[in-house]
Ligand binder design. Structure first.
Ligand SMILES: [Zn+2]
Ligand SMILES: [Zn+2]
Length: 237
């Protein structure tokens, strides 16, 4: 058994709302300094920086769980975790057909940079990533599972962009084993309000948009061994 220190929700400079210094190497180096074992960079609706983050993480000896924060057509944020870059890029190729294709007003929202493994800018994504996609929740969940991924509703305690804020409850037939709570919200406090979810597995991550926000060794997940398959199994239940 290992107790892995994790932060499974970090945004890179591809998310327009994240700071420009959230480059692949900066994220990995800061995670290393903070002593994390497993990280997941989950940008809004895009996986463009994961190849570079993966290279940096390999070099630094940190495990990267390939992830994405997808916004469904109901404006629900869903973290989607995958076993490999190959599988998450399969997800990306499907997702490419479901964008609203609204131009990113960089002056309002900020740039959406894809970087290479040396933190050099490669290109910008031109369509706005912080908006809903045309994939509805049910389609999204089936698609993620078909490709071998695990969907996890994001920040379920929040009053916006969460499955509970937008639907009133978490539909049982979606069979979510894991729910994400915002940083600083305890499982106990959440369950006082929503005791019906007491049987779920909870994770808490930083949702970091700048380097300082990345977690220290403060949230742990017990695993058989330190591997992507083990953490996915834990999340899948
Ligand atoms: Zn979110
Ligand atoms: Zn987020």
């Amino acid at each position: 058994m290992v107790k892995a220190a994790v932060d499974l929700h970090i945004h890179s400079c591809l998310s327009p709302c994240a700071s420009d210094d959230m480059t692949p190497n900066n994220i990995v180096m800061m995670s290393k300094i903070k002593g994390l074992d497993i990280i997941s960079v989950c940008d809004h609706n895009h996986t463009g920086n994961l190849e570079a983050v993966s290279k940096a993480a390999d070099e630094a000896g940190i495990l990267l769980l390939p992830g994405l924060e997808l916004e469904t057509s109901e404006e629900i944020h869903l973290l989607c975790y995958f076993p490999s870059l190959e599988s998450i890029f399969n997800m990306q190729s499907v997702l490419n057909n479901y964008y609203l294709n609204i131009e990113n007003r960089e002056d309002i929202f900020g740039p959406q940079w894809i970087m290479d493994a040396s933190d050099r800018p490669v290109r910008k994504v031109e369509h706005l990533l912080t908006t809903a996609t045309k994939l509805d929740l049910y389609s999204c969940v089936s698609l993620v599972r078909e490709i071998g991924g695990v969907p996890v509703p994001a920040h379920v305690d929040r009053s916006s962009y969460s499955i509970i804020s937008n639907l009133g409850s978490i539909p049982g037939d979606l069979r979510f084993n894991t729910l994400e709570l915002s940083r600083g919200v305890s499982k106990e406090d959440f369950l006082k309000k929503y005791p019906e979810y007491a049987d779920r597995f909870f994770i808490s991550s930083s949702d970091a948009h700048d380097l300082g926000m990345i977690l220290e060794r403060e949230w742990f997940i017990e695993l058989e061994k330190l591997s992507i398959m083990d953490i996915l199994e834990k999340l899948r239940g």
